[in-house]
Design a protein around this ligand. Structure first.
Ligand SMILES: Cc1ncc(COP(=O)(O)O)c(C=O)c1O
Length: 372
């Protein structure tokens, strides 16, 4: 399989002009939000809070609610401009002390790019393998780790949908601890998982946990997230915060409101997500275009291997986009395997999942599309 350059993001401003588009390409959530979240946004706007700066590390109430949500009592949180703002900050702030960053392919490419800007080398472990469970194994990590490394561990793993159980994480932590490595546990998709273990519970002194409001609460455009860690480690990042004038104040009000109604919201969200995953999985199974890689996916997306037929991943995405269904090619997230799979986001209205199914069926050999 030839390596491909990373495919640039589609022109979102054009996509936004398409009112009928099914957004199933960014792992964002498109359900009617909890009314409390909308009320908090409107209320903050009416009170013109947008004229103020927020506290540098975020509202205390929000920071405490995040720590409580994770159940990491001895940790503190700093609010960031999305999880990615926290990732950028930690990558640049910790870079001088890092020997290397270790990540996976497929994975989420940005932290590796951030440390590369600082001259830190990157090792990418290939995990597109059923034997490895489509995830990083402790043995593979042991083969590449060195003292002072940073392991960027995405769990559940975007884009494959795999997740790590406690035993697997314990084995990974043993390797990390022996090398005094920092683990950044990217928990962006944690709320969609059937079960989830926090690395911070196993390796508190060496773990930073990322938190995002983009996916489970559907606040992607508001740009709000957090970094969570023990004060000794997080203190290396809070001393000079990346956003000293505070993160989006209205977003923080919305996040507080969302955390207060989290349980009923998550029950509904997970139900919708699972049902849509079924619709997509069944549509894929009925076709001869590919197969779902990790079932059940622990995220709000499914990766579909399409390597054993005529269409390329990019062609499939282009054909679906013509049918007003936006999904993403693996080339966005995987230099080594991107041509082999597409990714379909599922925390969306059921009607969109049905539209995906109908559009996918049209791509059958003999359908209206043009095979490669
Ligand atoms: C693994 C991973 N981490 C971080 C992010 C960014 O999250 P946020 O929107 O909170 O910046 C994403 C977004 O897709 C992601 O997939």
């Amino acid at each position: 399989m030839p390596r491909t350059a990373t495919t640039p993001a589609p022109p979102f401003e054009e996509l936004l002009q398409r009112p009928g588009l099914a957004w199933m390409g960014q792992n964002t959530t498109h359900l009617e939000p909890p009314p409390e979240v909308i009320d908090a946004l409107l209320d903050s706007t009416r009170r013109r809070e947008f004229q103020l700066y927020a506290p540098a590390l975020g509202f205390t109430e929000l920071r405490e609610l995040i720590v409580a949500d994770l159940g990491l009592q001895d940790s503190t949180a700093m609010i960031t401009d999305g999880a990615v703002g926290g990732l950028y900050h930690l990558c640049t702030a910790l870079a001088p002390g890092l020997s290397r960053l270790i990540t996976t392919d497929p994975g989420w490419p940005w932290p590796a790019r951030f440390v590369e800007l600082e001259g830190v080398p990157v090792t990418t472990v290939e995990v597109y393998s059923a034997e490895a469970g489509y995830k990083l194994t402790a043995a593979a990590l042991a083969g590449v780790i060195e003292p002072g490394a940073l392991l960027y561990l995405i769990d559940p793993l975007n884009p494959l949908g795999s997740s790590y159980d406690r035993n697997e994480l314990e084995a990974i932590v043993d390797v990390a601890r022996a090398n005094a490595a920092i683990i950044v546990h990217d928990c962006t998709y944690r709320h969609f998982a059937d079960a989830h273990t926090l690395v911070a519970g196993l390796y508190p002194e060496g773990t930073l946990t990322t938190y995002s409001f983009s996916k489970w609460l559907g606040l992607a455009g508001l740009r709000l997230g957090a970094l969570v860690g023990r004060p000794e480690l997080l203190g290396r990042l809070t001393a000079t915060p990346s956003a000293p004038l505070g993160a989006n104040i209205q977003a923080q009000r919305a996040a507080i409101a969302g955390l207060k109604v989290k349980d009923p919201w998550l029950r509904r969200l997970r139900q919708v997500n699972r049902r849509n995953q079924q619709i997509v999985t069944e549509a894929v199974a009925r076709s001869s275009l590919g197969h779902v890689l990790v079932d059940p996916s622990q995220g709000n997306f499914l990766a579909v291997d399409v390597s054993e037929q005529n269409w390329t991943a990019d062609q499939i995405c282009a054909e679906l986009l013509e049918r007003d269904v936006f999904i993403r090619s693996g080339t966005y997230q995987s230099p080594a395997f991107g041509e082999r799979f597409v990714k379909v986001s599922t925390s969306v209205p059921a009607e969109w999942a049905e539209r995906f199914a109908a559009a996918w069926a049209e791509l059958e050999p003999g359908g209206t599309g043009t095979p490669r």
